[in-house]
Design a protein around this ligand. Structure first.
Ligand code: F1P
Length: 345
């Protein structure tokens, strides 16, 4: 049996280099993308995916709406496919943005078919696998091969595709010229991986913690959901994600001395978010804060909040990896999971 988690560790570590290549994809499609946006005159954007790429859709929709002013939402592909009524049914032209690492997930493909047959609007896809079916479905298809990975649980694929949606919103809102910060972002990512992996090992290996919560608000809630999924998929740990202040409304009943809470702290609302964490610390929880500065894990990137949101991911990914290894599990091959969920015809 090979070394457990070798692919996962490599893929987490290779994220900054993959991010550098995201900018090149958007540059290559620059003019076609601007024409696509202008001609569509879209009034609303619906993001969709499954599992990790559904949580990516939640994070992307919030940031996209903040940057463009368009009405945006994120839905699981199964909802777009099977519950057409769940799509905000405004008559306005709608763009479906379908996201998938493999480009072969049945629900995501069926969601595109249902959207198109219902004549709901045009489709844009973001996918890692160039040869996949989804890479041929969109009216415009953006492919990010640098996100391709061998592990089942997404890490590099997620952050690369997520960064692709952020760059897309920058092009859409005309801020693209400011958004040439990929190299600075990659350097910050490399610093986080090098400096904080020992801490992720120390905190992730503490198996006395039997419940883990990830708190995030705004565009960081979808990222908290993704880190929650990583902790489940890799280390088989009971974990959940909440909006920061929501945690007081019931979930805090679960807090005890075996509880670890990871807070994805923003700059704008740090005071309110840290107050929640202090309350939970007083109830016995262990706390880890992640953010730009004055946090346990600090980026010190100097980048705009919307650009640096991707930096919230590596520490939680490293911690999930280290917890899996400490439990004798193999994060490359999570229990019960396959790389792609394909349904019978
Ligand atoms: C979606 C997905 C992953 C999950 C697992 C099964 O894949 O649900 O989010 O972690 O790997 O597939 P994709 O549509 O992004 O390829």
């Amino acid at each position: 049996m090979g070394i457990r988690g070798v692919f996962t560790r490599e893929e987490i570590s290779a994220q900054p280099e993959a991010w550098r290549q995201t900018g090149e994809v958007l540059e290559r499609h620059g003019e076609a993308l601007k024409d696509f946006i202008r001609e569509g005159a879209y009034q609303q954007v619906l993001f969709t995916g499954c599992g990790s790429t559904y949580y990516l859709s939640l994070a992307a929709a919030t940031t996209f709406q903040e940057m463009t002013g368009l009405k945006c939402c994120g839905l699981p592909a199964s909802e777009v496919w099977l519950s057409a009524g769940s799509i905000c049914s405004m008559p306005a032209p709608t763009l479906l943005i379908a996201i998938s690492r493999s480009g072969e997930t049945t629900e995501t493909l069926r969601a595109c078919e249902a959207f198109r047959s219902g004549k709901r609007g045009k489709i844009l896809t973001l996918v890692c696998d160039q040869g996949s079916e989804l890479a041929r479905v969109g009216n415009l298809n953006l492919v990010f091969p640098s996100g391709m990975e061998k592990s089942v649980a997404q890490t590099k694929a997620f952050s690369t595709l997520y960064l692709g949606t952020i760059a897309l919103s920058a092009v859409w809102s005309g801020l693209h010229d400011d958004f040439n910060e990929f190299d600075q972002l990659a350097l910050s990512g490399e610093r986080i991986l090098a400096h904080y992996w020992p801490m992720a090992h120390e905190r992730g290996s503490n198996l006395e913690m039997d419940r883990i919560y990830f708190l995030g608000s705004g565009g960081r809630f979808g990222l908290a959901c993704e880190l929650n999924l990583k902790m489940k998929e890799m280390s088989l740990t009971h974990s959940e994600a909440f909006h920061f202040l929501e945690f007081r409304h019931g979930p805090k009943a679960m807090v005890n001395r075996q509880t670890l809470i990871v807070g994805l702290v923003s700059e704008a609302n740090a005071r309110h978010e840290k107050a929640v964490l202090k309350d939970m610390q007083d109830l016995g929880a262990e706390i880890i804060t992640v953010g730009e500065k004055d946090t346990d894990v600090s980026f010190n990137s100097g980048l705009k909040e919307v650009t640096r949101n991707v930096l919230y991911l590596p520490f939680g990914q490293m911690m999930a990896y280290e917890r899996a290894i400490a439990k004798g599990l193999d994060p490359d091959r999570p229990h019960n999971l396959d790389p792609v969920v394909k349904l019978a015809k």
